[in-house]
Every structure is written in structure tokens, then in C-alpha cells.
Write a protein that binds this ligand. Structure first.
Ligand code: PGA
Length: 257
């Protein structure tokens, strides 16, 4: 057994106004017990427009809930209309940044190079990246899963120190399982996460591989989370749809109950 703490992250995607977000985080807090937080690091990832409101609520009530942003630009300031920089997020006490989500790769032109820049910029400002990797259905059917994962993991972490890698997280999210209700079975997810860990071992060493937390993502819900968490190389989950209802997300967090 490793001493990696479970990490369960809600990715709210482009959902919720800041008013709805405040209610959601309050409900989530009241549905979780102090002992749950000892076992699981619980993180919510609202849209940028809700970060400030949620930060205020979390800090006012001393909630042991972490805050994630869903993206970040790599420059600190300047003429980049519409972008949000690492120091802006760090000033809101954002702890984690989701980087290279497959929706960003598919719809917003993310490349290995831009994903890598975002990972490094996140770490340079004392936040932790959650690097998202995963194959499409076409790639899986063409037997390219391993190649895709190796490319995305080593590309995303290029030039990052082993210490920083150990403090980071990677979410293995098969694209065909995201938002489809068609989750990977636990064995497939476990193999994918194992492949991610062995890739990290190859590129950054055994210590980095033993420290980094690897999450499964793709149609995780309260009914299937337990099977994923039983896998040796799965340290947590990145949860989309099921994180939008605080009752359901609390049930995902308390997966052993
Ligand atoms: P899903 O999304 O849980 O709705 O499949 C997961 C994700 O995209 O991170």
C-alpha cells in the first residue's frame, strides 16, 4: 500500500452561476463528515466566475474542501484578452488546475506543447496540475491506447522535476467514457492508470511514480466508484456529471460506505 491520499475532484465544466455554486459547495460540506476528509482530499472545480465566491465560502466556514480551476494560461499578465493567469488563480487560493482536458484538446486546440506550458506555469505558482490524458474510441479500436497515453503523459510532464511530478495528479479519462454514461470497466481503467504510472516511472523515476496520484475519469458515479477505487493504481476520480448534484457527489466521495 502506498501513502497516497485519495483525491476526488468534481469537474463542474461550464455549469452553475456563482449563486448556484455557493449553494452546491455548502450542501456538499454539510453532507460530508470530518472523517471523510481524513480519508479523501475533496476538491471542487467550478467555472472561473465562481472561484471567488466559493473561496470566500470555504474560508469563512473553514471547509476542508479544495478549489480547482478548469484551465489556466501560461503567461502571468499582459495582452491576452480573455485569458486567466496563474497568479490570478493563486491569489484566489486555488489548489489544483485541470490541464489538457479532452474537451479542451478537442474544441479549443490544445496541443502537447500548450498542455505542457500550462502544467509548468501551474507548478511555478505553487498550484498542482491535474493533467488529463486519454484515448478516443478510434484510437482504442486501432490499438493505439498505449501510444497515446505515453505521448500525452510524457509530453505533458516534459521538463518538470521529479519532485513536482510526485506532487501532481494525472487523470486517465478515456474520451469514449466521458459524459456518455459508458464508463470503462474497472479492469480497463486499472490497466490504463497502471500504464500512466509506469510511463511516469520511465520518464521521471520510481519515486515520482510512487508519489503522483492517478485518477480515473469518465462516467464515474456513486454506483461504480468503489470498483475503481479497489484498483491498485487508481488513487481517486475526476467526476463530471455526477459532481453537479451534492448528494450524489457526497456519495461518490464516501465510496466505501
Ligand atoms: P463525466 O466527465 O463524469 O461526466 O463523464 C468526466 C470529465 O470529463 O472529467
Amino acid at each position: 500500500m502506498s501513502d497516497r491520499k485519495d483525491l476526488i475532484v468534481g469537474n463542474w465544466k461550464m455549469n452553475t452561476t456563482h449563486l448556484e455554486a455557493i449553494q452546491m459547495v455548502q450542501k456538499l460540506f454539510y453532507r460530508l463528515a470530518a472523517t471523510d476528509h481524513e480519508r479523501v482530499e475533496v476538491v471542487v472545480g467550478p467555472p472561473f466566475t465562481s472561484l471567488r465566491s466559493i473561496q470566500t465560502v470555504i474560508e469563512a466556514d473553514n471547509m476542508p474542501i479544495g478549489l480547482a480551476a478548469q484551465n489556466v494560461y501560461w503567461e502571468s499578465e499582459g495582452a491576452f484578452t480573455g485569458e486567466v493567469s496563474p497568479p490570478m488563480l493563486a491569489a484566489l487560493h486555488v489548489n489544483h488546475v485541470i490541464v489538457g482536458h479532452s474537451e479542451r484538446r478537442a474544441y479549443f486546440g490544445e496541443t502537447e506543447e500548450t498542455v505542457n506550458k500550462r502544467v509548468k506555469a501551474t507548478l511555478a505558482h505553487e498550484m498542482k496540475p491535474i493533467l488529463c490524458v486519454g484515448e478516443t474510441l478510434d484510437q482504442r479500436e486501432a490499438d493505439q491506447t498505449e501510444e497515446v497515453l505515453v505521448t500525452q503523459v510524457s509530453g505533458g510532464l516534459q521538463g518538470v522535476t521529479p519532485e513536482d511530478v510526485a506532487a501532481s495528479a494525472i487523470a486517465y479519462e478515456p474520451v469514449w467514457a466521458i459524459g456518455t454514461g459508458r464508463h470503462a470497466d474497472a479492469d480497463t481503467a486499472g490497466v490504463g492508470c497502471g500504464l500512466v504510472r509506469s510511463t511516469v516511472a520511465g520518464s521521471h523515476g520510481e519515486e515520482a511514480a510512487a508519489g503522483i496520484r492517478i485518477l480515473y475519469g469518465g462516467s464515474v458515479n456513486a454506483g461504480n466508484i468503489k470498483d475503481f477505487m479497489a484498483k491498485r493504481d487508481i488513487d481517486g476520480a475526476l467526476v463530471g456529471g455526477a459532481s453537479l448534484d451534492p448528494d450524489t457527489f457526497a456519495a461518490v466521495v464516501r465510496y466505501w460506505v
